[in-house]
Structures are given as structure tokens and as C-alpha cells.
Design a protein around this ligand. Sequence first.
Ligand code: SF4
Ligand code: SF4
Ligand code: FES
Length: 221
Amino acid sequence: MPRNVSIEIFRYDPQKDDSPSWRTYTIPYEEKNTVLGALIYIQENIDPSFAFRYGCRYKRCGLCALEVDGKPRMACHTYLQEGMRIGPLSKLPVIRDLAVDRKSIFHDLKKYSLYIEKKEENVEIIVEPEQGARLRSCAECLSCLSTCSRYNFGNGNFGGPFLFVKLAQLQFDPRNSKNRFEQAHALGIMHCRDCKNKCFCPNGINIYGDAICSLLENNVD
Ligand code: SF4
Ligand code: SF4
Ligand code: FES
């Protein structure tokens, strides 16, 4: 006999609602259902206005990142359970329901030139150290921002874990021609030295060890 589960979901449309609310949904459950499957079910069968993002459904695109019981998770890679409380990434402004403003963060990549500039002398075969290769598996989901108490959206004085991962990726890239240590310093990485609450990546990236420590070891102050 089919079983049901009840879950709570954050709902908020800043254009219409005075404040956010948590709504309970009871939906059919099968073993190994994912949180993403539940969200799709709700949108298709209960409320077509429910907003959330997803893409690859396989932990690659990072679009389905959200919080389950206050912890960042990838919806496509998290099993559904009775009583879960599912909300948006808490450090980013809500556009609607579980969809957050990712665009502003990606503007920062442009603003701080966090990309490789194309030059004729760029090497053709890229051999990067292991740490760089590990950091390259960042899915750009932005979940790590939820785990950093110092990070505040819109505060240009502190870049936060995602920008530090990007800076370290670039620093390990043999084609990089900019001083990424200086940039990390300008974005406040020295505050990470005494951090007791190390940032977490649901995709398995060792943000502190592979990115932040390597940028700190070579810092300019
Ligand atoms: S480091 Fe991890 S949590 Fe942060 S954006 Fe990359 S994949 Fe997401
Ligand atoms: S080490 Fe601490 S302060 Fe630095 S990015 Fe991670 S959680 Fe934030
Ligand atoms: S849908 Fe792409 S990571 Fe989950």
C-alpha cells in the first residue's frame, strides 16, 4: 500500500506576501524518493506556482541547492524523509519560494575578474596540482555560503567561501596571470584564520584545507 510523507516547505513571494510562511504538504512516498522529486511532485500536482530551481538532477549543475532542516543540501542528491523542513539557501535573497538570487554572486566573478584571461601564450595542455583538480569539482551551488557565519550578502569586505574556492582554483591554474593571494587578502580571507566554524560543502570539497589554507599560507600580510 502506498505510503505518504508530510514535509514543510518555505513559501514566499515578495511581490505578493507580507511575510514568508511554512506550508505542510502531504505527498506519496516511495523508497529512495529524493527531495527534488518531492518538489517536482508538488509543482506538478498541487501548486504550479511553487518556485524552485534544478537542472542536471545529478549533483552537477548546483542549481537545486537548498536547506533541509537548516543545513545546505543538494535536492537531487538527498533522500526524502518524513517531517523534513525545506527552505531556501539562507544567506541569499529569496526571489520566490526556494529560488534565490544567484545572479548577484556571479556578477562578483566578473567584478573581481575571477576567470582566466585568454592570452596567446596560454599553455595548451593544462597540468594542475591535485588540489586544483579537486577544487574544480565545485558545482557552483553556493551552499557553502549558508555555513559561514561571517558571510553577509552584499558585504564587499568579505568574499566568503565560494569566492575563496574560485580564487584558489585560479591560483592553482597554470594559465593564471593575476595575484590571487592579494585578491583573497582584499576580500578578507585573514578572518578565516581564527574561524572555529569551518565552512562545509555538500559536494565533498575540502574548502578550508584545499582552498582557504592554500590562500592563507601565501597571504601578503
Ligand atoms: S564549494 Fe561546494 S558548496 Fe561551495 S559552491 Fe562549490 S560545490 Fe557548492
Ligand atoms: S573559514 Fe570560517 S570565516 Fe572563512 S569562509 Fe569558512 S566559515 Fe567563513
Ligand atoms: S539538479 Fe543539478 S545539482 Fe541538483
